[in-house]
Design a protein around this ligand. Sequence first.
Ligand code: N01
Length: 530
Amino acid sequence: MSDPQYDVAIVGAGFSGLYLLHRCRQMGMNARIWEAGSGVGGTWYWNRYPGARCDIESMQYSYQFDDALQQEWEWTERYSPQPEILRYAEHVAERFALLDGIDFERRVQQAVYSKPDACWHLTAESGQKISARYCVMATGCLSAPNWPPLKGYDDFHGNVYHTALWPHEGVDFSGKRVAVIGTGSSGIQTIPMIAQAASELTVFQRTPNYSVPAHNQPMDAQYSAAVKADYRGMRERAKQRIGGIEGEYNTASAMEVSDEDRTAEYERRWQQGGLLFLQSYSDILTNKTSNDTMVEFVHDKIRSIVTAPEVADLLCPPNIIGGKRMCVDTNYYATFNRANVSLVDIRTTPIDCINRQGLSVGSDQYDVDIIVVATGFDAMTGALNRIDIRGKSGTSLKDHWKDGPSSYLGLAMHDFPNLFTVTGPGSPSVLTNMLPTLEQHVEWITDCIAYLRNSNYTVIEASREAQDQWWDHTQEVAKQGIKQTTNSWYLGANIEGKAKVFMPYLGGFPAYLKKCEEVVANGYQGFVTR
Ligand code: N01
């Protein structure tokens, strides 16, 4: 067995990769990050579109592994804008002296496990190679951009920008006619900003989305001080919540209160703003009748904000609320009252093609100068499948997953020894506050590697049986609510030809944490070590 160059190869320098490198070094391991971008920050490095901000509150969307860091860092707004989160990632990289452990502009093309030396061999698009005993894919759940399969991109006279690949120098919309395709979280955040800058904005909507106001505001100094005085307590309480977010969760059913009380509760939470609106009652995502009451409330809100009734109708989503990821906005619905904004329904008549002057939809032509594509991601599996990952049998991960992914805890896969994924399919990940979730994965993975070293093991692999059991459980839990009744990226339904399988673990962060702890307590149950 020849020695690899590194103990651990890490793919990606987002929040997962940075913490992985820090923790590996703390544990005396020799680790290296390969990162496709030219800087750290992952999601927050790539998604620089106007209006990009986190829709989890700043005091919770932050690392907790270092108390001095969480005490010293000052967030300036209730919901942090992208530039501030990127500065935070850069600060972390500098504070913990991580930059010399990262190779930038090194996109991994292939990762191959070699059985004879029990190592991973990574090759970059640019040809460089690296070997490591363990490989950790810290590649993110929402990082492989999805381009709509439209004809004519090259024919267009202007520029086309994807929200997830935004140019660093920004885009000047002044005096321009702009098209935005897509009305998910990215579209809903950027549409109000572009509307203010452009001369004309046309929004092409396939499916309307539910959005709750952010009511963003400058950080309240008293609130920040109160959180910091009990940061540990708040983080612990958050871990007991299904989504890993501390807040007000109602344990009552929407059906056990009067219509007046229910409407008053929705109104109170609408005025507070934010994602916890969905927690107004405990059964919004399990009882269709309860869900209907919230749908009616939000439809009424949309109709009260949007002055043109036919536009308001188009903006009211027909599906259940919370089936797709909820959006949080600033002035989204009101933007459609502006004289320079129009909405085109492409559900009934899809976009035919992009042409020299703009977009062709049925018999209508829309002439524009700039096209913004806000069509999301090949979620959860896309970033992994875009790398040629080959395990001990030589079969690629993409082939293993052609009928849908399968993973043990979203952490490891059978046939891929010594490979770990951060927040992979089968973990709560995208249904939770990602920062605490990824910290838990990083700690689990690095503790596991330390265990292997201390026990003189070289190889660890998820057993097929444990993986199958966990995956069956993941699918069973997904059937319990009504979330999977809506076509969404959780199911892979946004990508043509992708197998429709509910990918994240819907059982909640506390149940998942307990399972991960049990696996360790039982000597890495479900894993085979050699
Ligand atoms: O992507 P999306 P996103 N032709 O997939 C439409 C996180 N996030 O980037 O619904 C025409 O949600 C598509 O229509 P449909 C968050 O978890 C967080 O906005 O498929 N339209 C939809 O309207 C979020 O959920 C933050 O019918 C097409 C839109 O494009 C996730 O990332 C900010 C199309 C895509 O919406 C993804 O959000 C941003 C086509 N061919 C993102 N293909 C915050 O923290 C797709 N669409 C705030």
